[in-house]
Design a protein around this ligand. Structure first.
Ligand code: AMP
Length: 384
């Protein structure tokens, strides 16, 4: 009787009912209440509808598509049933981890497939009967063409950060992959922005009555993110960073620059000043990037200086501060960068340096970004 009662008791994730296997996973992950995108996307996805989600990293979108996807996988069927396409290796690994955690009590086995890493291992994972693939488009297509990855029994396809895949030139690969999946399938697309090329993909590859969910970043920005701007000349930026380090006592700081050379130079300058610093950009090998990121997450590195490569999709939780050392090129990049802090309800501060050449560009960004932006003051003392 007791057992029957226990089995019939609904497990809840806020207002969403979940099976016991998912409830146990969520409990272990520390997720108690669904985020907005989860509340709004899980019910339609569960009912089998296609979905277009305007939501960026930091909103909880991975679990929003991950929970219904994991529920739908039949663990007894050892073939690929679902496919998630991501723009970068970092996001691919991160999404795979999250899905593995969500599916841990259902024995759902994902495999991560991305370029710049051993193909043999990935093929072995597929041959062992992985249930779902999370991959970057180039490598996925490569393995499809080699006959190692079969898409003919895929019932769910997720396009994660679709605008980013577009930016990186993957869109033809994405279309080719979609064309190779069964017509009878569920498709969900997540994108921070909805440029024309993305709308066209929705039009060509998704149901006309796809559910549309838009989670505005401003909501989160206002709640948990403090935005600060400092007007500082290019030549004073190093000094400004040091001064702010003293003022805020950054114990872990992500600093953004435009270019790889800029990243390397700033990292070298901070190192000369005795700081514990590492650089992260696309010029480093996958292994170096993964190692650096792991050390930063583990708190072994104080300053991580990075290009935009690091700004999207990186799941660095508990990051209280981010500094835009160079002004982001547009409002979208600004929102993505500052989205590394103040995530999932935690407090965060995003600091932006506006140099003498950036005033117009900054006005344009400010006009598009929601939330209050405070102006900070510097003393700028001491040697450069
Ligand atoms: P995502 O947008 O999927 O990258 O998720 C952003 C961050 O929020 C990640 O660190 C997740 O682990 C975390 N997260 C996602 N959903 C929840 C939730 N319901 N409760 C608490 N944290 C969550």
């Amino acid at each position: 009787m007791q057992a029957v009662l226990a089995a019939s008791r609904a497990h809840r994730f806020g207002e969403i009912e979940v099976p016991v296997t998912i409830a146990r996973a969520l409990e272990r992950m520390g997720y108690v209440q669904p985020t907005e995108v989860q509340s709004r996307a899980i019910p339609p996805l569960r009912s089998g509808r296609d979905l277009i989600g305007q939501a960026q990293t930091g909103t909880g979108k991975t679990a929003a598509f991950g929970i219904p996807m994991v529920e739908k996988i039949d663990p007894a069927q050892h073939h690929v049933q679902a496919l998630v396409l991501t723009p970068t290796r970092e996001l691919c690994v991160q999404v795979t981890d999250e899905i593995a955690r969500l599916g841990a009590f259902r024995n759902v086995v994902p495999v991560a497939i991305y370029g710049g890493s051993s193909m043999e291992k990935q093929i072995a994972g597929l041959r062992r009967g992985a249930h779902l693939v999370v991959g970057t488009p180039g490598r996925v297509l490569d393995l499809v063409r080699r006959g190692e990855l079969r898409l003919d029994r895929v019932h769910t396809v997720i396009l994660d950060e679709a605008d980013r895949m577009l930016d990186m030139g993957f869109i033809v690969d994405v279309e080719t992959i979609l064309a190779r999946c069964p017509r009878q399938r569920q498709t969900a697309l997540f994108s921070a922005t909805m440029p024309y090329a993305i709308l066209r993909i929705c039009d060509r590859f998704m149901d006309r009555d796809a559910e549309q969910v838009s989670v505005r970043p401003e909501v989160r920005t206002v709640d948990t993110l403090r935005q600060l701007v400092y007007y500082v000349a290019e030549q004073d930026k190093v000094r400004a960073l040091i001064e702010l380090t003293e003022e805020f006592g950054f114990d872990r700081l992500l600093v953004f620059r435009h270019t790889q050379i800029g990243v390397d130079r700033l990292a070298a300058t901070l190192k000369r000043r005795g700081k514990n610093v590492a650089a992260l950009h696309g010029g480093l090998s996958q292994r170096e990037r993964a190692g650096t990121l792991a050390s930063f997450k583990a708190g072994k590195i104080q300053f991580l200086v990075a290009t935009n490569v690091a700004s999207r999709g990186l799941d660095i939780t508990d990051l209280p501060y981010v500094v835009n050392y160079d002004l982001p090129e547009d409002a979208d990049t600004y929102v993505h960068r500052v989205g590394r802090t103040g995530r999932a309800g935690k407090e965060g501060t995003a600091i932006t340096f506006v140099g003498e050449w950036d005033l117009d560009a900054w006005d344009a960004i400010k006009a598009l970004v929601g939330g209050e932006i405070e102006e900070g003051e510097l003393r700028l003392y001491g040697p450069v």
